[in-house]
Design a binder for this molecule. Structure first.
Ligand code: G1P
Length: 267
C-alpha cells in the first residue's frame, strides 16, 4: 500500500531573475494562462492519492501567498506554512520544515517555480518509488545541454533503473561532462521534484553552505549517496515548465495558453 507523502513546496525566493515582474508579486503568484503558477502546482497534486498535506515555505511577500492558498481546501489539500526569514538556500528551506513532517513520512519536494505536467507524471514517479522498494530518494531528472543552471546527476544502469552515483550543483567546468554525460551526450539535470525519506533532515543539518554560499539540497543528497544510501533518478517523460527567468516565464506562458486552448477545444 502506498503511504502518505508530505508535499514540501519552497516558495520563499525573491525571484531576482524575474525582476521587475517580482517587485510587487512573488514569482509563485505570476499568472500563467488562467491562474497563478502556485495554483497550477497545487492543481497537479489534486489527483495524486497519496498527497493530502502540503507545507509551503514562504518568505518574500508571504502574506499574498497565504491569502491565495489559505488552508488549501480549494486544492483538496491541508496546507501548513513555515516562514524562512533568511535566504540560506534550498537546503535550508527544506530543513526548516522538519517540525511539520511526522517522523516516518517521506517528502515530496516540489519546487515553487516548476510545474510538472500532466499530473500523471507525479503519480508515475510515486509508483516507481514503490517499485524501487522505497529508496532514500528518487529525483526527477531531464536531459539538458546547459548544466550551469541546474544540479546534475551521474548515473549507472541497474535493473532497468538509473542509480545515482554522484551529483553536482550547477557545474561550470565542462570537463566534468566526460563523467556525467549520458549515451545521448547530454547532462541529466535535477528537474524540480524529489521524493526523499525523512532522514534527509539529518543530512541537511550537517551540510555546510555550498554553491553561492547557500545550503544546497543537492549537497545533502550527494552526502547521502556517499554514505551508501540508495538514490535513483526518474526521467521526466512529460513537460516541465520552469519559471526561473523572464524568458522561461514567457515560454511557459506560450505553452500553457496552447495547452489551455486545446483542452477548451476538446470540451
Ligand atoms: C534548484 C536546485 C537545482 C535544480 C533546479 C531546478 O536550483 O538547486 O539542483 O536543478 O532548482 O529548477 P535553482 O533553480 O533554485 O537555482
Amino acid at each position: 500500500m502506498e503511504e502518505e507523502l508530505i508535499a514540501i513546496i519552497p516558495a520563499a525566493g525573491k525571484g531576482t531573475r524575474l525582476k521587475p515582474l517580482t517587485d510587487f508579486i512573488p514569482k509563485e503568484l505570476l499568472i500563467l494562462g488562467d491562474k497563478p503558477i502556485l495554483g497550477h502546482i497545487l492543481e497537479t497534486l489534486k489527483p495524486v492519492p497519496s498527497i493530502k498535506r502540503a507545507c509551503l515555505v514562504v518568505g518574500h511577500k508571504k502574506s499574498t501567498i497565504i491569502d491565495y492558498v489559505k488552508d488549501g481546501s480549494q486544492f483538496d489539500l491541508e496546507v501548513d506554512y513555515v516562514y524562512q526569514s533568511e535566504r540560506k538556500g534550498l537546503g535550508h528551506a527544506i530543513y526548516i520544515t522538519r517540525n511539520k513532517v511526522p517522523d516516518n513520512k517521506p517528502l515530496f519536494v516540489y519546487l515553487g517555480d516548476t510545474i510538472i505536467y500532466p499530473p500523471q507524471e507525479i503519480i508515475e514517479m510515486i509508483r516507481t518509488y514503490y517499485e524501487l522498494k522505497k529508496p532514500f530518494a528518487l529525483i526527477m531528472v531531464e536531459e539538458v545541454e546547459d548544466p550551469e543552471r541546474y544540479g546534475v546527476v551521474k548515473v549507472e544502469k541497474m535493473n532497468g533503473h538509473l542509480k545515482i552515483t554522484d551529483m553536482y550543483e550547477k557545474p561550470t567546468d565542462p570537463s566534468l561532462k566526460k563523467e556525467y554525460m549520458n549515451e545521448n551526450g547530454k547532462w541529466l539535470a535535477i528537474a524540480g521534484a524529489y521524493i526523499i525519506r525523512n532522514r534527509i533532515y539529518d543530512y541537511l543539518e550537517n551540510t555546510p553552505p555550498g554553491k553561492g554560499g547557500e545550503i544546497q539540497l543537492t549537497d545533502a543528497l550527494k552526502n547521502a549517496v556517499k554514505e551508501g544510501e540508495r538514490v535513483f533518478a526518474y526521467v521526466l517523460k512529460g513537460t516541465r515548465l520552469d519559471i526561473g527567468t523572464v524568458q522561461s516565464y514567457i515560454e511557459a506562458q506560450k505553452w500553457w495558453i496552447n495547452n489551455l486552448l486545446k483542452v477548451m477545444e476538446n470540451k
